[in-house]
Design a protein. Structure first.
Length: 391
């Protein structure tokens, strides 16, 4: 038994030694791997520093730090430093932060510096932050700038605008070309766009609308002022203007009055077209359009039903335009909005509704009476199944 025990103890010791040796080997391999990786990382950085010296780019600590922090972008960073030297742009701490923040677009920035030199634009007159943030869209900016340059309409303000809104640069170029073709002065508009604080997304909508107006001979030069002031409602204003342009309706009065109720712009346009097609308003009359601007979605739905019944006329419109109309009440708007598209009121029903609409002062009883007529035409909701029963 003693011999067996000794054998077991010897075997256990050998196993422990083997495991210890294995652990030590693994640790050694890990250390060697780390040292090898560090050596590999250090070698390219040393090479980059050597290349900086050969190109007479200096060894500014901020340049070295950028290469050290982003070794995978070393070649592009060296190309950037060379482009910056050619443009006489000095490295600063702020510029180091800008480059680091836009490191994935360094190649695009190199291209933009080349474009700036090609177009003979003073890089020191431009925002460096704009150059680097625009680098993601360098192909669009380059195509737009070259096209405008060939037409002789590219100046510093225009180029700065392209850099400020690089994702929209192609649309900016199209707008400027459209303005030239229609003999409009682009300088004032470019200045307003450049100095505005419109978001990139809303700038795209603004450009779409301005181009749409130009291409449909409905351009209104002061529209940009309104779009800048009413940026939060720009989508509704755009949708309304699109509807009017599609019907070749003049936009002057629409833009003059849309600020009265900008959140209602889309409905304003719908009401204009509805009443204009019924020959109940004069497109050139500001007073007519002012009246329409006060109508809301409730009035629109109700006038559609009057139109369907052949009752949309001057007399009924006078009642619909009554101040503090029942058609502006939330409860009424909800009921009108829920009506099926196939709804058709009887003439007698509409006459009773018009009588309520025409009241100078309304009561809760009036609202209930009006909604009772509507509810006769609503599709009843399916009853809920009893609790616990499967559908």
């Amino acid at each position: 038994m003693a011999d067996v025990t000794n054998c077991q103890e010897t075997g256990a010791a050998e196993n422990n030694n083997a495991q210890n040796n294995k652990t030590q080997n693994n640790s050694t391999q890990m250390i060697m791997s780390v040292l090898t990786n560090d050596a590999k990382a250090a070698a390219p950085i040393t090479d980059f520093v050597s290349r900086l010296r050969k190109l007479n780019l200096g060894t500014d600590q901020r340049m070295l730090r950028l290469i050290s922090d982003h070794p995978n972008y070393g070649n592009r960073l060296i190309s950037l430093f060379k482009a910056m030297k050619d443009a006489q742009v000095s490295m600063t701490s702020d510029l180091e932060c800008i480059i680091s923040k836009n490191i994935t677009s360094v190649g695009g920035a190199v291209n933009l510096f080349g474009l700036i030199q090609e177009l003979d634009i003073d890089p020191l007159a431009l925002s460096l932050d704009h150059i680097f943030t625009a680098a993601r869209f360098d192909a669009n900016v380059t195509a737009s700038a070259r096209e405008l340059h060939q037409l002789g309409v590219l100046d510093l303000d225009t180029f700065e605008l392209l850099l400020t809104y690089p994702g929209q640069s192609l649309d900016i170029a199209r707008l400027i070309i459209n303005l030239q073709e229609h003999a409009y002065n682009a300088a004032s508009l470019i200045e307003k766009l450049r100095d505005s604080s419109i978001s990139a997304n809303h700038m795209g909508i603004t450009l779409d609308l301005l181009n749409l107006m130009l291409e449909n001979d409905s351009y209104y030069s002061h529209a940009i002022n309104i779009l800048v002031r009413q940026e939060q409602y720009i989508n509704k204003i755009y949708e309304g203007a699109k509807k009017l342009v599609a019907e070749h309706y003049p936009l002057y009065n629409y833009f003059e009055l849309v600020e009265e109720n900008p959140q209602n712009a889309n409905i304003f346009a719908k009401n204009i077209l509805l009443l204009n097609n019924a020959s109940l308003i004069n497109p050139d009359s500001t007073s007519d359009l002012l009246m329409v601007s006060k109508l809301g979605v409730g009035a629109f739905h109700f006038m559609k039903h009057l139109q369907l019944a052949g009752m949309l006329n001057a007399s009924s419109i006078q009642k619909v335009c009554q101040p503090n109309s029942i058609l502006n009440q939330k409860e009424v708007i909800e009921e009108l909005s829920n009506l099926p598209l196939i709804t058709k009121f009887e003439r007698e029903e509409l006459e009773r509704m018009l009588e309520l609409v025409g009241k100078a002062a309304i009561s809760w009883t009036d609202i209930q009476l009006f909604n009772e007529i509507i509810e006769e035409h609503l599709i009843p909701s399916a009853p809920m199944p009893p609790a616990g029963l499967a559908l």
